[in-house]
Design a binder for this molecule. Structure first.
Ligand SMILES: Nc1ncnc2c1ncn2[C@@H]1O[C@H](COP(=O)(O)OS(=O)(=O)O)[C@@H](OP(=O)(O)O)[C@H]1O
Ligand SMILES: [Mg+2]
Ligand SMILES: [Mg+2]
Ligand SMILES: [Mg+2]
Length: 425
């Protein structure tokens, strides 16, 4: 299967052709979500667990949650195929990995949000160029992506599910080519963040955020392999398969009771951050999540990217030592790292990419609002908040990204400054 470049902007289409009647989606959504559906006037609002308040963004939160649930299910299926070697990852022109799931998750999320917000704009990681200009291989991939999207919709909506054409799927993916900006509402999407973790059977995240007039307002992050119990993250295992007896006993030591892994996080500006199971049939109350309170350097943990190529692990080790942290780093693929800081599995997150690397807004948007709403602070290495309104990249980023509880953030900033000047000597 040959895949062509995904970097050149493709022709855009603002709408998905043959959109099914909204009422069909709403009826199916109600049927699927059973009892709660009777209380809700608007369609997707029934998907939001009781106690999670979307405030002025209730409709956007509901839509985002439904979209991320669809994509989570789809990704789990593809990860299973990858583990069984029925499918394989491909390499984009920038040498990064891409799978059927990256395309299909962007398509299904884009399509789902557009059902509720037909004029929405989306800053998404993927484009469909490799599927439309990749010759026979591209056509074959597009066919598989389309089948995956339709199968997932059918699983959720039953007979009422629309059948999207390949062109619908291409249009939905390419809607993600927006450059965002400081005015109006823009959705920001990483359909599969941590694709390397995804293909290795490990952690990944479906990361969706809404920015309104330059400020992040909503974040929904699906983490289908994230264990409910934080300390389990330290075990280097294949989260896509069953767990080893050692890990299961560790998980059962918590109060998991049927919810061992699979977490969705939601955050709405001013309304807090919550976690509940990815699997909608598990009826657990949403848990309000908060960053770690006290900082005890002997017990503190910091989290960072797995790959040395993505962040300087030597520099972060120096910062951690300066803070007095003794534990080895918790290296996790994807924005699951932000989730682990938000629910206090880790106290600190750091990422220091190579000089010249431009961070993309979809790699951080959902995670940042999640940590902020859990009581934390996220900034660049100079202490400035990240700028999500400057286009597809985080403009003006000073060196790297750090996150911690608001109290610890000041100390962290100080340690970064000290370690930076000594590393320059
Ligand atoms: N050179 C370089 N430096 C820094 N960051 C890079 C680099 N190349 C890629 N990326 C982006 O990193 C995203 C994955 O981040 P992770 O934190 O999951 O990295 S790691 O695999 O744990 O090391 C990854 O996101 P996905 O493509 O969605 O997986 C990339 O956008
Ligand atoms: Mg990628
Ligand atoms: Mg990413
Ligand atoms: Mg991605």
């Amino acid at each position: 299967m040959a895949l062509a470049s995904s970097t050149r902007a493709s022709a855009l289409s603002a709408s998905v052709a043959r959109r099914p009647p909204l009422s069909a989606f709403r009826r199916a959504s109600r049927a699927r979500h059973g009892r709660r559906a009777r209380h809700a006037a608007a369609s997707a609002v029934d998907t939001v667990p009781l106690g999670v308040d979307g405030g002025a963004y209730a409709k956007e939160l509901a839509s985002a949650l439904d979209a991320v649930r669809l994509a989570s299910e789809l990704c789990q299926e593809v990860q299973g195929q990858l583990m069984r070697m029925d499918e394989q990852a491909e390499t984009k022109e920038d040498r990064s990995l891409v799978t059927l799931a990256d395309y299909a998750a962007q398509a299904i999320i884009s399509w789902r949000i557009a059902q509720d917000f037909p004029d929405m704009t989306l800053v998404g990681e993927e484009d469909a160029e490799a599927l439309t200009e990749g010759g026979e291989g591209g056509a074959e991939t597009l066919n598989k992506v389309t089948n995956l999207v339709n199968k997932t919709l059918k699983g959720h909506m039953g007979e009422k599910a629309p059948t999207l054409s390949s062109q619908d799927v291409v249009d939905a993916i390419n809607r993600g080519q927006s450059t965002g900006g400081p005015t109006g509402k823009h959705w920001i999407l990483d359909p599969v963040d941590g694709t390397l973790g995804f293909v290795r059977g490990d952690q990944y995240a479906i990361a969706l955020a809404l920015m309104d007039d330059g400020d992040l307002k909503v974040g929904v992050m699906g983490c289908p392999n994230m264990p409910k119990t934080g300390e389990v993250l330290e075990f280097q295992e294949s989260y896509a398969y069953g767990f080893s007896p050692r890990l299961v006993s560790k998980m059962l030591a918590g109060d998991s009771l049927g919810w061992y892994k699979g977490c969705i996080f939601t955050a709405v500006r001013g309304k807090g951050a919550y976690m509940f199971p990815t699997d909608p049939t598990l009826k657990f109350e949403p848990v309000k999540v908060s960053v770690s309170e006290a900082f005890d350097p002997r017990k503190a943990k910091f989290t960072e990217p797995v790959m040395k190529a993505n962040s300087s692990q030597g520099f972060t080790a120096a910062v951690a030592t300066n803070l007095g942290i003794e534990c080895k780093p918790l290296r996790i693929y994807s924005q699951v790292k932000y989730g682990s800081v938000a629910r206090a599995d880790a106290d600190v997150f750091m990422k220091f990419p190579k000089a010249g690397y431009m961070e993309k807004i979809w790699d951080h948007a959902a995670g940042v609002i999640l940590v902020e709403e859990a009581g934390g602070t996220v900034s660049d290495a100079g202490g400035a908040p990240l700028n999500f309104a400057g286009g597809r990249y985080i403009e003006g980023l000073d060196r790297g990204i750090i996150a911690a509880s608001s109290a610890l953030h000041a100390k962290l900033l100080d340690s970064v400054a000290k370690s930076w000047s000594s590393s320059q000597l």
